[in-house]
Design a protein around this ligand. Structure first.
Ligand code: AMP
Ligand code: ZN
Length: 496
């Protein structure tokens, strides 16, 4: 089977063919650096790392760009709460992220770029959108006119027709022409970081940052764009709208989205208060390699349920592999070769490679190697393993490790000695104590009343200018299958 991926855009598994033979250009949405990343975030980053390692394994040269969102409502609010200037504050969390990435054996993308370093590029693209009639100004901010982009919805496949009228909003405060329009540029608010630009004083919206950085380094059309499934709508839908409107060309060709890491039936997230950072788990004595193994073990399109039992099992699995490697390098076997074992080893290699070609089926790729190790251990116990077989087994595991990267813990010891764990106490206080919205996602079937309650709560958050919280409520409703649309007459909603 050729290398194939599930493409969210086409809704099916497709053979992967990059634009340029032998070369892949890929963009992944990086972290918003207002706090430590949690292991839910790292599920997505580990998946993307396996993706890039497998592409390299298959002989592709890679140009991988990852952004860092270092200016948005959350970074601004937390830097202010900590009393630290924005740049200094976000740099602290970029460094923490880098340390976490090293611990998890995540390869560093060819380019890691900060949104705030690209203000002139962002302004230029917004100007193009204005010239082409896709953007308009309102009260010092600029918005994208969704109605003008007829392909809107092609990624998320959301249908905005038939919305129901829900809670009332204060229509006077409504500055957009249409509810679905989104901000490209936000006018400066007193006391917030802002840039003086031809568009006026302000800061970029989140979506435009990614469009601009992706196109700047990868070209107007490039191969792969990836993130967690919560980014499909609105973030990636909006990225497509802005980019394709600005260039008139297709934006990313393959869209790969990972499903969430779940705890207690809910997406691991800061707002639900149910999250662990990597440091939390390392402080409890778990090895980063076991965490990486656990995060990689479930194919990316399936939700992964996080439990400490699962983490302990991951450690045991890795111990089995390490014990086998120890036997392989320390035991003496009879001379010669056992052709059956050598064949089994070669077949296993082909099996795990084929599993990864098949939309990165990591579960099968792991199973193939564990079968082999079990059989080899049995052969060793029975005296059937030969000295000449060693090289075949070492080769399979070495190749497998190029992708899974879970057998060595060197960085772990190094970082632990370097004070890695002490750093975890400097996190800024959370934005505000969040009501635990437990129940919303589990229920799946919210009553009309519960939906209206949430919409009212979101309205209140917006009135208090807590847009981060308002966005979270909208996202949670979306994940529970409820679509919101803000109109001049109020927020309308419907079940997906
Ligand atoms: P953020 O820092 O919130 O911008 O998110 C960074 C990445 O983590 C994005 O690709 C998100 O989609 C992803 N993400 C957030 N929460 C989870 C989760 N619980 N499981 C998997 N990925 C997640
Ligand atoms: Zn993005």
């Amino acid at each position: 089977m050729p290398l194939s991926f599930f493409n969210t855009l086409s809704g099916k598994v497709e053979e992967f063919k990059p634009l340029e033979a032998g070369r892949v250009r890929m963009y992944t949405c990086g972290p918003t650096v207002y706090d430590y990343a949690h292991i839910g975030n790292f599920r997505t980053f580990v998946f993307q790392d396996i993706l890039r390692r497998h592409l390299k394994y298959r002989g592709y040269q890679i140009l991988h760009v990852m952004n860092v969102t270092d200016v948005d409502d959350k970074t601004i609010a937390n830097s202010q709460a900590a009393g630290v200037p924005l740049r200094e504050f976000t740099t602290r969390y970029i460094q923490a992220f880098q340390a976490d990435r090293e611990l998890l054996n995540l390869e560093t993308p060819e380019l890691v770029v900060r949104a705030s370093d690209h203000i002139p590029d962002i302004v230029k693209v917004i100007q193009t959108l204005i010239e082409k009639g896709y953007a308009y100004a309102s009260e010092g901010s600029y918005y994208f006119r969704v109605q003008k982009f007829s392909d809107y919805g092609k990624l998320s496949k959301l249908d905005f027709s038939g919305m129901r009228v829900g809670a009332r909003v204060d229509a006077d405060k409504y500055e957009k022409d249409s509810a679905r329009d989104f901000a490209l540029w936000k006018t400066a608010k007193p006391g917030e970081p802002a840039w003086d630009t031809p568009l006026g004083r302000g800061r970029p919206g989140w979506h435009i940052e990614c469009s601009v950085m992706a196109m700047k380094y990868l070209g107007e059309t490039f191969d792969i764009h990836s993130g967690g499934s919560d980014l499909i709508f609105p973030h990636h839908e909006n990225e497509i709208a802005q980019s394709e409107s600005a260039t008139g060309k297709p934006f990313a060709r393959y869209w790969l989205h990972s499903e969430h890491l779940i705890v207690n039936g809910e997406k691991m997230s800061k707002s639900a208060g149910s999250f662990y950072t990597l440091r939390d788990l390392v402080a409890k004595g778990y090895k980063p390699t076991a965490i990486r193994y656990l995060l990689a073990s479930v194919p990316f399109r399936k939700p992964l349920n996080f439990t400490f039992d699962g983490l302990r099992q991951a450690e045991q699995s890795l111990d089995r592999l390490r014990n086998f490697l120890y036997r392989l390098s320390h035991e003496q076997f009879s001379p010669g070769e056992n052709p059956q074992l050598a064949k089994h080893a070669n077949e296993t290699r082909a099996e795990f490679e084929a599993a990864l070609d098949d939309n990165l089926n990591t579960a099968e790729a792991l199973a193939a190697v564990f079968n082999l190790v079990r059989d080899a251990n049995t052969a060793m116990d029975r005296g059937e393993f030969r000295e000449g077989d060693k090289a075949f087994f070492a080769n399979v595991l070495e190749r497998w490790e190029e992708i899974f990267a879970v057998l060595k813990d060197d960085d772990y010891d190094k970082l632990r000695k370097g004070g890695y764990l002490q750093e975890r106490h400097v996190a800024a206080p959370p934005l505000e104590p969040e009501r635990n919205r437990e129940g919303i996602l589990q229920l799946g079937t919210l009553s009309d009343e519960q939906i209206e309650d949430s919409i009212r709560e979101r309205e209140q958050a917006r009135r208090q200018a807590d847009y981060a919280r308002a966005d979270r409520i909208r996202q949670e409703l979306l994940e529970a299958g409820i679509l919101l649309e803000d109109t001049k007459g109020g927020t309308r909603w419907k079940r997906k």
